[in-house]
Design a protein around this ligand. Structure first.
Ligand code: HEC
Length: 320
């Protein structure tokens, strides 16, 4: 047994929600996660004479964890699951709708070229009732930016997802002791804007083990609208370089890209995608080190699952 050095709030959507505009607007967890059924519904099949009631909330609880739904769906026999394929598909359809239409939107502003340098600002509007990505710190959301030239193909790519679940250029994915910082401006392909929470232990080392965590060393997850950064309690505070980024604000982040086009000619096609992954590459690598039956079983199932991220939103522009 080790010494207890403190406490660490691991998942805080409720505290984040309380520090946003949503409670004041009467928007509760249920508003987004348990949408109302149409019309009125009888609340019991037992007995008679109960009036049908409305509004009636559907017990959906959809979030963004597509990988896990697919993993369960593909292993119903092995896991003894009683839900049918079509029930899983219905839930996955609702999840896609939540992610595509109610999570985030993106705009590209000030796109232009001076000399050999392309510049553009990417603005991300967050629509979630708490931080995004939510909850368990294995989740990450990032910007995948590609610039294509008619003469050179892809001449710049930041945040490329690899089939093994890693992100090209992400420091954490090559070195377990490091992590990708928050950026306000990106110049190089090995710089990636990743919205995530990274834990550290009391000695200041990055950790992926909840029981060793004492605080977040980086937490630049996209904030809900109305989030009061200055007065946020310790457990939900913004951490790392995002603290000093003036355009990382409540419900919004803006990031600039300054890209050297070298000898290539335009017009340049710029595509920006906001991608989301439930379990980061380093979290899975960390599980490989855990010598226990449940972790081994999970890894076995996860190895066959698609590790590629899901697309949340995207934007495109052409720079002459
Ligand atoms: C304004 C709408 C909105 C409100 C209000 C809201 N959420 Fe969410 N929530 C979302 C969206 C959109 C997602 C999916 C994106 C993500 O993971 O952040 C989500 C995801 C989640 C997840 C992750 C689910 C998963 O797939 O694992 C949890 C947990 C969660 N919310 C809990 C809560 C709780 C608890 C509250 C109230 C304190 C709440 N939410 C309020 C919109 C909302």
């Amino acid at each position: 047994m080790g010494d207890v050095l403190g406490t660490f709030p691991e998942q805080t959507p409720c505290l984040e929600h309380n520090n946003s505009i949503y409670p004041d607007e009467g928007i509760e967890c249920q508003t987004c996660h348990m949408p109302h059924a149409e019309g009125s519904v009888s609340i019991s099949n037992v007995g008679t004479g109960f009036p049908a009631r409305e509004p009636f909330s559907q017990h959906y609880f959809v979030g963004s964890n597509k990988v896990m739904l697919k993993l369960l769906k593909d292993n119903v026999d092995a896991l003894g699951i009683t839900a049918s394929s079509s029930q899983f598909d219905d839930t996955i359809t609702r999840l896609d709708d939540l992610l595509e239409n109610q999570t985030a939107s993106m705009v590209i502003r000030n796109a232009g070229k001076e000399g050999n340098v392309l510049s553009l600002d990417v603005g991300i509007q967050q629509m979630v009732g708490h931080k995004f990505p939510t909850g368990f710190p294995s989740r990450r959301v990032w910007l995948h930016v590609t610039v294509t030239s008619p003469t050179g193909g892809i001449i710049f790519e930041s945040g490329k997802p690899a089939p093994d679940g890693s992100i090209t250029g992400c420091d954490a994915d090559t070195d377990p002791g490091r992590y990708e910082p928050h950026y306000d401006i990106i110049y190089r392909q090995d710089q990636v804007q990743i919205y995530e929470a990274i834990m550290q232990d009391p000695d200041g080392n990055v950790t992926y083990t909840l029981l060793r965590a004492s605080e977040f060393v980086k937490d630049n997850r996209l904030l809900p609208l109305g989030f009061d950064i200055q007065n946020a309690a310790k457990g939900i505070a913004v951490k790392g370089a995002a603290v000093n980024d003036a355009d990382f604000t409540s419900g919004y982040d803006q990031i600039s890209y300054q890209i050297n086009t070298g000898a290539y000619f335009g017009p340049f096609n710029v595509r920006v995608e906001l991608l989301m992954q439930t379990i980061s590459y380093r979290f899975i690598q960390d599980l490989y080190n855990d010598q226990n039956v449940l972790a081994d079983k999970f890894i076995e199932l996860y190895d066959d699952a698609a590790k590629m991220p899901v697309l949340v939103t995207s934007a495109e522009t052409i720079i002459p």
